[in-house]
Design a binder for this molecule. Structure first.
Ligand SMILES: Nc1ncnc2c1ncn2[C@@H]1O[C@H](COP(=O)(O)OP(=O)(O)OP(=O)(O)O)[C@@H](O)[C@H]1O
Length: 247
């Protein structure tokens, strides 16, 4: 099959740590505008898969093609520039800056036509900040020092900082950890909104939350895919119940 129809094509991906295969011949395809959730027991290899895609960990074998560009040969920096954004579990915002400033500093440098008027660029950045702030439900908080945001709002701000770069693939590791029930619902809406013009991969343990967001679910176990498909199908899979959901 040609893999050009997918935003991301992971094929036979393997990484060994001292002979232990944390990810073992993994093949997975992500569509344009798809929201995929990776689930699985602790140590299944979920975080390692994201680390491999963003170049933080180098693969032992296999291929990762993003819009048909091979990522395994690129540096982390080049992968970000090609349009892949990754959010880690702990927010890494600048606490002493306002929400506006955090978004502003995340605007990619060197974009636009060289020599364009400063005025034009300023307007471009401002427009983007306001658009992203609306997406992440922080319009009312733009002038607030980020340290004063709630834990959930800080997580949203970090997602917003990634959105400033307009990634075509966004990867989030447990985005609702530590959030209130209301914030979880709001985050589900946020993710459903932002996957309308990009692909999103989320690692998540909270199955109620997964149900609200997943187009498809991939269940990992011991570095391999145990099951994959729509939530209802995966939830009813006996192997999945045995190794993961039954616990
Ligand atoms: N750099 C590394 N060196 C050695 N072993 C590693 C390294 N990174 C991950 N591992 C091992 O690979 C396995 C998979 O880890 P990973 O963090 O990807 O699992 P996970 O599915 O994300 O688990 P969790 O749900 O607990 O976050 C684990 O056994 C882990 O100890």
């Amino acid at each position: 099959m040609s893999n050009t129809d997918f935003v991301l094509a992971v094929e036979d991906l393997t990484v060994s740590f001292d002979g232990f295969k944390a990810v073992d011949s993994l093949t997975m395809y992500i569509d344009k505008n798809e929201l995929r959730v990776l689930v699985g027991p602790n140590g299944a290899g979920k975080t390692t898969v994201l680390d491999l895609i963003c170049g933080k960990t180098k693969s032992t074998a296999g291929s990762i093609k993003f819009k048909n560009t091979e990522l395994t040969k690129l540096s982390e920096h080049e992968i970000v520039r090609s349009g892949v954004g990754r959010k880690f579990q702990n927010p890494s915002i600048y606490e002493n800056l306002t929400v506006y400033q955090n978004l502003e500093v995340s605007y990619p440098k060197g974009r636009g036509v060289f020599g364009s008027l400063t005025f034009k660029r300023t307007q471009e950045v401002e427009d983007r900040v306001r658009k992203v702030a609306a997406d992440i439900m922080l319009t009312e908080f733009l002038e607030m020092e980020s340290a004063l945001l709630s834990h959930g709002q800080k997580q949203w701000l970090e997602i917003g900082m990634l959105l400033m770069q307009e990634p075509e693939l966004l990867m989030l590791d447990e985005p609702v950890a530590g959030m209130s029930a209301k914030e979880r619902d709001q985050t589900a809406d946020l993710l459903n909104r932002i996957c309308q013009n990009r692909s999103v991969i989320v690692i998540e343990h909270d199955m109620e939350f997964v149900k609200k967001i997943a187009h498809k679910v991939t269940v990992l176990h011991q570095g391999k895919i145990l099951a994959e498909g729509p939530m209802e199908k995966v939830q009813a899979d006996e192997k999945v119940i045995e190794v993961y959901l039954g616990h």
